[in-house]
Design a protein around this ligand. Structure first.
Ligand SMILES: NC(=O)c1ccc[n+]([C@@H]2O[C@H](COP(=O)([O-])OP(=O)(O)OC[C@H]3O[C@@H](n4cnc5c(N)ncnc54)[C@H](O)[C@@H]3O)[C@@H](O)[C@H]2O)c1
Ligand SMILES: O=c1ccn([C@@H]2O[C@H](COP(=O)(O)OP(=O)(O)O[C@H]3O[C@H](CO)[C@@H](O)[C@H](O)[C@H]3O)[C@@H](O)[C@H]2O)c(=O)[nH]1
Length: 444
């Protein structure tokens, strides 16, 4: 299924192809449609393409499905699995495929390499090839070489690094209203085309070379991860001293040099990005003989944070958890997504199961269904069913739904009134006044 144009650029016509229809690919496609462009979305996964073609999103992301329906109706977007035709018919190609954690923490570039080879094989005229996937420093050069190696005859092209900074759960807003756009290229021709594509975005544009652009993405994610590990480790000290870490976050975050965001203490960062990207940057540092000792510590603190919380749970419940029944509320790595990749909830569940606990689970959008976890964890439709007969509730994901629960009504359903709040979501005094034992992360 192939599209007609077009973004007009200085009289010439530019057609956009987005390769990979995951969180980033789908969002990227739709924001360019919003800006009046015409987009083809390509994926190898036929089920995803069929779903998207019929206006259905294959993942949970607020606001995206409505936009998808709108742009399908307006014929601004179409989807295909036909790699060759899609490459031939489009001029700007965004690579949005996954770059999962590979050997020793480095980014696995298999999918990017496959795409670059296809682009080389099938390109028929000048193309701008844009890496939106998060890729290590030096990848633009690799992509260039993979394309050249697969070209039957030499045809000119440019590779641009243009990292994506959207968050799951607010992907659409983040992509439509980014804090900045980073364009990494040494080609004036490609830069002009990229500027044209982004001309309606109201934010600063950082113009740099591909290597610096690739580094900006890793440096940003690692910095945010560092803020989280910093506050989490500080929370452990606050716990010992009886200090409310939320007050500390507020007190330091109001200093505009520090900023209020990413200072929420909890069970550690998860998701498809921070864990893999911090590790990939560490691997880049190692390969280049440079120690990043702060980031080393960020990873260590993050790995031990769910275990720190588990210890608090064990201590409060008398040491041995064997034979207890515990409700886990929230499976996704954060609110407003159905993504469970590297979710701290899963680490908590794994530890509970290891302690011979019967685990009952709930999540507003994640369904364990056919996952291996469904064989050992029972999932319920409502929170009331989930907490029935349990010795404790563990709040693992910061869903709004959980903040507004009527704990007074839930308490009589439980065997023991314990709440472990891994996200510091609840008002300690309020639930304690209902007769609960409440333990958060330095939420005193
Ligand atoms: N998820 C996020 O919030 C986020 C934000 C910013 C950047 N990123 C980065 O963007 C990239 C994509 O992330 P994602 O979460 O959207 O990934 P994803 O795994 O959800 O989607 C990737 C898609 O690429 C498809 N694909 C793989 N090989 C292909 C090929 N040869 N041709 C066509 N399609 C192919 C897969 O089928 C899949 O649908 C990663 O590098 C990630 O680190 C992700
Ligand atoms: O104060 C905070 C903020 C976040 N988190 C946790 O940190 C993780 C990541 O959260 P968030 O950054 O909101 O989600 P992602 O969708 O993974 O987005 C990050 O990763 C993306 C992929 O690279 C980037 O594009 C985004 O800019 C970057 O925020 C989650 O487990 C959160 O619960 C905390 O524990 N405390």
């Amino acid at each position: 299924m192939i599209l007609l144009p077009l973004v007009h650029q200085g009289g010439s016509v530019v057609k956009i192809l987005v390769i990979g229809t995951g969180y980033v690919g789908t969002t990227t496609s739709l924001i360019f449609c919003e800006k009046g462009h015409q987009v083809t979305g390509l994926d190898l996964d036929d089920r995803k393409i069929q779903a998207l073609t019929s206006g259905k999103l294959h993942f949970y992301e607020p606001g995206l499905e409505e936009l998808l329906t709108k742009h399908i109706t307006n014929k601004n977007i179409s989807f295909t699995t036909d790699t060759e035709t899609a490459i031939k018919e489009n001029d700007v190609i965004f690579i949005c495929v996954g770059t999962p954690m590979g050997k020793e923490g480095s980014a696995d570039l298999t999918f990017v390499k496959n795409v670059a080879e296809s682009i080389g094989r099938y390109m028929n005229r000048y193309k701008v090839v844009v890496t939106k996937s998060t890729v290590p420093v030096g990848t633009a050069e690799k992509v260039t070489n993979w394309i050249i190696k697969n070209q039957p005859t030499p045809i000119s092209f440019d590779v641009v690094s243009n990292p994506e900074f959207l968050r799951e759960g607010s992907a659409l807003y983040d992509a439509l209203y980014p804090d900045r756009i980073v364009i990494g290229t040494t080609s004036e021709k490609a830069r002009t085309i990229m500027e044209e594509l982004y001309k309606d975005f109201q934010c600063p544009v950082v113009q740099t070379n591909p290597k610096a652009s690739e580094m900006i993405k890793y440096a940003a994610n690692s910095f945010l991860a560092m803020k989280i590990s910093y506050i989490n480790e500080l929370a452990r000290l606050c716990d010992r001293l009886g200090i409310n870490v939320n007050d500390v976050s507020k007190g330091i975050g109001l200093d505009h040099r520090i900023g209020p965001l990413f200072l929420r203490a909890g069970m550690g960062y998860g998701g498809s990005c921070f864990p893999k990207d911090v590790n990939a940057l560490l691997q880049t540092a190692k390969e280049n003989g440079q120690l990043l000792s702060i980031l080393d510590s960020v990873v260590k603190v993050n790995a031990s944070q769910p275990l720190y919380f588990m210890e608090k749970i064990q201590q409060a419940l008398g040491g041995d958890l064997q034979g207890k029944t515990i409700a886990v509320l929230g499976l996704s790595f954060k609110a407003n997504t159905d993504d469970t990749r590297e979710s701290p909830s899963l680490i908590i569940i794994e530890n509970l199961l290891g302690d011979q606990v019967t685990v009952r689970a709930h999540d507003p959008v994640v369904h364990l269904d056919n996952s291996p976890l469904s064989e050992v964890v029972q999932q319920f439709e409502t929170v009331a069913e989930t907490v029935s007969g349990t010795d404790a509730v563990i709040l693992c994901t910061d869903w709004e739904d959980y903040k507004s629960l009527n704990w007074g009504e839930l308490k009589p359903l439980m065997k023991q009134p314990y709440i472990f709040d891994g996200r510091n979501m609840l008002d300690k005094r309020e639930v304690e006044s209902l007769g609960f034992h409440y333990i958060g992360i330095a939420n005193h």
